[in-house]
Design a protein around this ligand. Structure first.
Ligand SMILES: *[C@@H]1O[C@H](CO)[C@@H](O)[C@H](O)[C@H]1NC(C)=O
Ligand SMILES: *[C@@H]1O[C@H](CO)[C@@H](O)[C@H](O)[C@H]1NC(C)=O
Ligand SMILES: *[C@@H]1O[C@H](CO)[C@@H](O)[C@H](O)[C@H]1NC(C)=O
Ligand SMILES: *[C@@H]1O[C@H](CO)[C@@H](O)[C@H](O)[C@H]1NC(C)=O
Ligand SMILES: *[C@@H]1O[C@H](CO)[C@@H](O)[C@H](O)[C@H]1NC(C)=O
Ligand SMILES: *[C@@H]1O[C@H](CO)[C@@H](O)[C@H](O)[C@H]1NC(C)=O
Length: 488
């Protein structure tokens, strides 16, 4: 499957057009009956929508116990009439309240908006979670062979999807899932909080995600994605509650996010062994900036371990981690094939790390035993610059490449790892090659190649950096409860 990027100038033109017409459209459609009692919400998004409806218009009840699955599904089905190009798009407003629901799908040219005191509560009744096919690039579910539970908020083959709000909450109520997973009581792989597949132009901002059954945000086979100002919280011992996992995605911008989790805060992936190789869709052109991460058992940003479509051009900057296991970690294995290359990290402030650098060439997880032992991944051109780590308690680095296929082109400059106590060996290296300057404590010999004191970091701007937002404002109409609005 080839990654089909739209010509970038078209994307930019669309965004400019949206920027110039959206605000006016939103204002025009403030319903005249919305008087002072109408609740006013402001938010920033690339596009404002022309048509809006509230979940309560579809029979939603925000009491925390009534199921809203039918209300969400009816609302999206109703609003999907505006999902065509030129339909003005639509917004579903989720008011203050606790809205229990089973999984539902989104539509195109659509905004899911959460009031500051709105909580979407995921149903803990597992029979309400449909089972879907595994991802083709994984060949099976990650927890179990076979299918997987769908995600709470899902979408496939969509264009222009926004999930935002005044920092409302989506609560996965994952504890049930975690304990069933740990005691081997699940037949299928756990679902995620948000999964958008085969989609283009995704914007997720200003929401808080709590206690996902597993990963939180999973864009897959998608492109042109901005994730901004999202707070993700899960207990640090919860299994596989990764924060944001772009998977076979291109043009991704993750910024100003705060993640506390039991697994990687961000994990960039692209498929698993022979299945990922067959699909062949890379993750590339990804920027992560101003991320704060707390993950005692995992990485701030992991690359892999599933990377069989390839990972390249990843730019991470202004990263803060507290009490985290490692920083920008590479995980791969023989059988994965493909590559991880052109990864750039700079300006990282790391407090209380187990280790600062970690690369692993024999990550032991495979979908099955049919992987190709000659599919040896290539890891090269990985740069780290301006890193200050304090309270490093285990080792500065564990860098283990692949015998006969060393990880090459590793560059480090201006790195300080202050250990909690002096270690005889603070760098553990095998099958890696690279250069370094101003690195304390002194790196292992294979990384002591000399260089000019700076590591590369791209100076060009990614297309996804050009996406801008505008102020949208929405006044809640006082629509008659339980009546489905007409088509205007
Ligand atoms: C959501 O969409 C998928 C296809 O993308 C479909 O299989 C599934 O049945 C839909 N779920 C619901 C609840 O409509
Ligand atoms: C969604 O897009 C993928 C990739 O282009 C395609 O293979 C699939 O058939 C599409 N699904 C639907 C339901 O249109
Ligand atoms: C995010 O939500 C907060 C809290 O309601 C609000 O003050 C702020 O304006 C929102 N930010 C954006 C970018 O929408
Ligand atoms: C959103 O809510 C979370 C959880 O209460 C809070 O930590 C975060 O600072 C809030 N973000 C914004 C932008 O208000
Ligand atoms: C690695 O970086 C060097 C120096 O910038 C460049 O010449 C080389 O082409 C890069 N390798 C790859 C595979 O991009
Ligand atoms: C080294 O990195 C630190 C932390 O980012 C920065 O403050 C300092 O200016 C850098 N030093 C040089 C020589 O670039």
């Amino acid at each position: 499957m080839a990654l089909q990027m739209p010509p970038l100038h078209i994307l930019c033109v669309l965004l400019v057009v949206a920027a110039s017409s959206g605000t006016a459209a939103a204002r025009r459609h403030v319903p005249p009956e919305a008087g002072p009692a109408g609740e006013q919400s402001n938010y920033l998004a690339p596009t404002c929508r022309e048509h809006t409806a509230s979940l309560t218009d579809f029979g939603g009840v925000g009491d925390g116990t009534t199921s809203n699955t039918a209300a969400f599904q009816k609302a999206v089905a109703h609003l999907s009439q505006y999902s065509g190009e030129g339909g003005g798009g639509s917004m579903l407003y989720v008011p203050a309240g606790k809205w229990l629901t089973a999984p539902f799908n989104l539509t195109s040219h659509f905004t899911l908006f959460l009031h500051a005191d709105a909580v979407i509560l995921a149903s803990q009744d597992i029979t309400q979670w449909p089972v879907i096919d595994p991802l083709p690039s994984y060949g099976r579910g990650r927890d179990h062979a076979g299918g997987r539970y769908t995600s709470l908020i899902a979408g496939s083959n969509l264009t222009d999807v926004v999930i935002t709000g005044n920092n409302g909450t989506i609560d996965g109520q994952g504890a049930t899932w975690w304990s069933k997973y740990k005691s081997g009581k699940l037949k299928y792989t756990r679902g995620y909080l948000i999964e958008l597949m085969h989609s283009d132009t995704i914007f997720i901002s200003n929401v808080t995600l709590l206690n996902s059954p597993a990963w939180n945000i999973h864009p897959v086979y998608s492109r042109n994605i901005v994730i901004q100002g999202v707070t993700i919280l899960a207990p640090t011992k919860s299994p596989n509650t990764d924060g944001i996992n772009p998977d076979s995605c291109s043009q991704v911008r993750i910024e100003d996010c705060y993640v506390v989790s039991g697994d990687d805060c961000v994990a960039i992936k692209s498929g698993w062994d022979e299945y990922g190789i067959a699909v062949g869709m890379p993750s590339e052109h990804i920027v992560v900036r101003r991320l704060t991460c707390v993950s005692p058992t995992s990485a701030v940003i992991a690359l892999g371990s599933e990377m069989s479509g390839g990972i390249s051009d990843v730019r991470a900057e202004d990263i803060t981690a507290v009490g985290t296991e490692s920083a920008v970690r590479i995980k791969t294995a023989v059988g994965r094939g493909a590559y991880v290359r052109d990864v750039y990290a700079r300006r990282m402030t790391l407090l209380g790390m187990k280790r600062v650098f970690w690369m692993t060439g024999d990550y032991k997880s495979h979908p099955d035993d049919k992987y190709d032992p000659t599919a040896v991944p290539v890891v090269e051109n990985i740069s780290y610059q301006d890193v200050v780590a304090t309270g490093v308690w285990k080792e500065a680095a564990r860098m283990e490449g692949i015998q006969g296929a060393p990880f090459k082109g590793i560059c480090m400059a201006n790195v300080t790892a202050e250990m909690t106590k002096a270690r005889k060996v603070s760098w553990n290296c095998a099958d890696v090659e690279g250069v370094s300057a101003d690195v304390t404590p002194a790196p292992c010999a294979p990384l002591q190649g000399a260089h000019g004191g700076a590591c590369p970091f791209p100076t060009d701007t990614l297309a996804i950096d050009e996406v801008t937002v505008q102020r949208c404002s929405y006044t809640l109409p006082r629509a008659p409860a339980a009546a489905v609005p007409g088509t205007n």
